[in-house]
Ligand binder design. Structure first.
Ligand code: 5GP
Ligand code: MG
Length: 172
């Protein structure tokens, strides 16, 4: 596996698109104080960039799901839930790095729904719709991409490359 020399999505393009997402999310939650639940570890840089650009008030929490080994999802999703704010009766926005098969998001949605939120919406920085197995979709998507394995801006390959400030392709 080899990292592409050129960025697939540059840091500038990420910043510009995240600003557009923030505008839409500000509008959608202008009348409420949502709970923003960041999916660790991959969505952390995206969530940090996004929340800096939001003008609404919000509470935060994190949720961790482990399903990947190498470049293949194992399909078993383990969930670790950590929110200072209770989710019951609250408007929740789940912040994801990438929707691939949809298995992780489906498991997270089921888990969060069990806590009876007032509503649940999803923002995903990236979306690979061609890979979908579970019928889940994000309310906001940063970039729709083909079936490529990408790293950087939080996304890893066996815990490597998370610190890149742009997104690159990992080529076989
Ligand atoms: P899913 O359960 O939708 O198949 O996978 C979701 C999770 O798998 C993502 O949140 C992410 O952690 C990981 N994942 C899926 N595709 C990629 C990819 O192209 N690159 C990286 N680094 N992780 C991915
Ligand atoms: Mg993830």
């Amino acid at each position: 596996m080899q990292l592409s020399k050129e960025p697939f999505i540059t840091a500038d393009d990420l910043g510009a698109r995240i600003r557009e997402l923030a505008t839409g999310i500000d509008a959608a939650f202008s009348q409420t104080t949502p709970v923003l639940l960041t999916v660790l570890k991959g969505a952390k840089p995206f969530a940090e960039s996004l929340t800096k650009k939001l003008t609404i008030t919000f509470d935060t929490g994190t949720i961790q799901a482990r399903s990947y080994e190498g470049t293949e999802s194992t399909g078993n999703v383990e969930i670790d839930f950590n929110s200072k704010a209770t989710v019951a009766g609250r408007h929740v926005l789940l912040i994801e790095d990438i929707l691939d098969t949809g298995r992780t998001a489906a498991a997270l949605i089921e888990h969060i729904q069990a806590h009876n939120p007032a509503s649940l919406k999803i923002v995903s920085l990236l979306d690979k719709p061609s890979r979908r197995i579970e019928a889940v979709n994000a309310d906001w998507v940063g970039f729709t991409i083909e079936d490529l394995f990408v790293v950087g801006f939080g996304m890893d390959y066996n815990q490597n490359f998370r610190d890149l400030d742009d997104i690159r392709i990992l080529e076989p």
